[in-house]
Design a protein around this ligand. Structure first.
Ligand code: CP
Length: 297
């Protein structure tokens, strides 16, 4: 990997290799304590984040590397007039080996990549993609089912604007015989451009019907621009809607949730979203190692 911008850059062999490394890191964290001790990371988040920013920072620290962070609020407050994106990337790119970038502009990760030799990791580019989220989603699924193929998956929510849904949808298509059901209101269908990135002949069912009984994975993508949609509650997950789930099903969500999973669901044995979020630390450790592989030799 050079930069990680879109999940379509990877193939299934590379993904499995990354997940195996992730598992080894999770099982043997001491082995990796100094793995990137001479490396450094900057988190440049021009949009809010809890999980991605903190877990990226912690991941680098757990590998012995250094982390510098640019706080979005401070950046806006103290700069008065905003410094240009280009100047920030050039300056920070000279400080560190990796930049974790979140920005509202879809083109920002590629643009950043053209400005610096530091590796760029897209941690969310507007409403487009969130590849590290997809990888931690895949890791959560892989740990649970011991495979990434032949699964029944339903992705629910605003599939037009959810970058997590876009990246996961593309990634799941790399693996054979997955059946993917896309449940969303008609106005929030998955955009066509993501279908053009699909790799296998997967079984896709686009529907508004909220039927979950036969699914292995229920992925609640949420409603990122909920204020523009009044009926999002029709697509939320309450105890009633999950009472017929298979025992072996899992419920996932990239978080944060804005009511799309009722708190009462947290106690169900199928709920996996907090473990999923924790998995982000190990997956990001593996991503950093893979991105910098070769530099340490
Ligand atoms: N899942 C996710 O991207 O969460 P944050 O917005 O908190 O980073």
């Amino acid at each position: 990997m050079n930069n990680l911008i879109g999940i379509e850059q990877l193939n299934k062999e590379e993904i499995i290799e990354l997940l195996e490394l992730t598992k080894d890191i999770e099982d043997n964290p001491k082995k990796y304590l100094k793995k990137l001790e001479d490396k450094s990371l900057a988190t440049l988040f021009f949009q809010d984040s809890t999980r991605t920013r903190l877990s990226s920072s912690l991941a680098m620290q757990k590998l012995g590397g250094k982390v510098i962070e640019l706080d979005k609020a401070k950046f806006n407050e103290e700069m008065g007039e905003e410094e240009s994106f280009e100047d920030i990337i050039k300056v920070v790119g000279d400080y560190v080996d990796i930049i974790c970038l979140r920005h509202s502009d879809e083109k920002s990760p590629n643009h950043a990549g053209s400005l610096t030799k530091a590796k760029i990791i897209n941690c969310g580019n507007g409403r487009d993609q969130h590849p590290t989220q997809a990888l931690l989603d895949l890791y959560t699924i892989w740990k649970e089912f011991k495979r990434l193929h032949n699964l029944n998956i339903v992705i629910v929510g605003d599939l037009k604007h959810s970058r997590s849904a876009h990246s996961l949808f593309i990634a799941l298509s790399f693996f054979e015989k997955n059946k993917i059901k896309l449940i969303s209101p008609n106005i929030f269908k998955m955009p066509k451009r993501y279908f053009s990135l699909i790799r296998n002949e997967i079984d896709i069912n686009k529907t508004e019907k909220f039927e979950l009984e036969n699914e292995d994975i229920i992925y609640m993508a949420g409603f990122p621009i909920v204020e523009k949609y009044d009926n999002y509650f029709l697509y939320d997950l309450s105890i009633d809607k999950v009472k017929n789930l298979k025992e072996t099903s899992i419920i996932m969500c990239p978080l944060p949730r804005i009511g799309e999973i009722k708190k009462e669901v947290d106690a169900l044995p199928q709920a996996r979203y907090f473990q999923q979020s924790k998995n982000g630390i190990f997956v990001r450790m593996a991503i950093f190692i893979k991105l910098l592989e070769g530099l340490n030799e």
